[in-house]
Design a protein around this ligand. Structure first.
Ligand SMILES: [Zn+2]
Length: 294
C-alpha cells in the first residue's frame, strides 16, 4: 500500500481508505473498514457521464466496446436469460409486468424483455444510443441518468447490468431505484468481482481497474451488504453465461494495458482473426445478484 489519504473517505461507510495502486493516473482506494474498493472521478457528476459515455465509449474500440451493434445477439440472449430469471421470482406474474432497465444503451437487452411480454422503460445517458433504441426499435428509452430520472411510474423489476461500478454515487442510485419499485419489486444487478481469481491473478492489470470510467469494484459480499443496507433482501447469486467477440476482448485488453507498445506486440497476431469471432467468456470475475425490495 502506497499511502493513506484521510480526505478520500469510503462512499459507503465513510471509513478511512488507503491507496492500493495507481491506474490511469488515479488512485485505486480501499476502505479500511468495509474493504470496498473505489476511485474518485476528477469530474462532477454531469461531466463524468458526458465524458465517459460519449459516442466513443460505444464504438471504435477507444472505450469498452469495439462495436456496440455487434453485441446485439449477445445482449438479446442475455436479456432473454434475465427475463426468465426475474419471471421465476415475481410475486405476481400478470403477463404485463413492468421493468426499468438502467443503462439501456440502444435497447437490445430491453428488447428481449419486451419480446417476453414485459412493459419496459430504459434509461440511457448517451443521447445517440437512446435515440437509436427509440427510432430503430420503437422502445421507450429516455435520455437521462438514474440520478436525474423522475417519474410517478412504478416498476415490478429493475435491471442494472454492468452499470453500478460506473456511477459516482451507487447508494443514491440504489435508493432511487428502490423508490421506483413496487412492493416486492425485484432488482437484478450484474457486475464484476474484484476478489475473483481472475481479478487477483491480473492484479492492477485486471480489465475492470479502469478509472474514471469505472469507479467502484464490488465483491459478492460487499454488493450484498450494500443492497441489504438500502432496503433489499438478497434472493440468489449466480454467474451469467457470456460470450465475447474478439474485437471487444481486444478493446478491453488495449484499454487495460493503456495502449502500450507491449499491448500492440501481444495483440498483433489477433489481426489475422475477424474481430466478430466469438469466444466463450470462461473467467470467474462476473456475477449477478438478484434481490427483492423489503
Ligand atoms: Zn467502507
Amino acid at each position: 500500500m502506497l499511502n493513506r489519504s484521510s480526505s478520500d473517505d469510503c462512499p459507503f461507510c465513510h471509513g478511512e481508505s488507503n491507496t492500493l495502486f495507481q491506474k490511469n493516473q488515479l488512485p485505486i482506494l480501499e476502505c479500511q473498514s468495509c474493504r470496498h474498493r473505489f476511485s474518485k472521478s476528477p469530474h462532477c457528476a454531469h461531466d463524468h457521464v458526458t465524458i465517459e459515455f460519449s459516442n466513443d465509449y460505444f464504438s471504435g474500440g477507444t472505450g469498452c466496446y469495439d462495436s456496440y451493434d455487434a453485441q446485439m445477439p449477445d445482449l438479446k440472449r442475455q436479456g432473454k436469460y434475465y427475463s426468465k430469471l426475474l419471471r421465476r421470482f415475481l410475486k405476481s406474474d400478470t403477463g404485463s409486468n413492468r421493468v426499468l432497465d438502467v443503462g439501456a444503451a440502444a435497447g437490445f437487452f430491453l428488447q428481449s424483455f419486451i419480446d417476453d411480454r414485459w412493459h419496459g422503460v430504459g434509461i440511457e445517458a448517451n443521447a445517440m444510443m437512446a435515440a437509436h433504441g427509440r427510432n430503430k426499435l420503437g422502445l421507450d428509452i429516455r435520455h437521462t441518468t438514474i440520478e436525474q430520472f423522475e417519474t410517478s411510474e412504478r416498476f415490478d423489476a429493475a435491471t442494472v447490468v454492468q452499470v453500478l461500478p460506473h456511477l459516482i454515487d451507487p447508494v443514491a442510485s440504489l435508493q432511487k431505484i428502490h423508490r421506483h419499485l413496487n412492493r416486492d419489486g425485484l432488482l437484478l444487478v450484474e457486475t464484476w468481482n474484484c476478489k475473483s481469481w481472475t481479478a487477483r491473478c491480473f492484479g492492477k492489470w485486471w480489465h475492470e481497474y479502469n478509472p474514471p470510467s469505472v469507479l467502484h469494484w464490488f465483491t459478492k459480499s460487499s454488493l450484498s451488504k450494500l443492497l441489504e443496507e438500502n432496503g433489499f433482501q438478497i434472493i440468489e447469486i449466480g454467474r451469467p453465461t457470456k460470450w465475447i467477440s474478439l474485437g471487444n476482448g481486444l478493446a478491453i485488453v488495449r484499454k487495460s494495458m493503456q495502449d502500450s507498445k507491449l499491448a500492440s506486440a501481444l495483440l498483433a497476431p489477433s489481426k489475422l482473426i475477424p474481430s466478430a469471432f466469438k469466444l466463450p467468456y470462461c473467467f470467474d470475475d462476473v456475477f449477478w445478484l438478484l434481490s427483492r425490495k423489503k
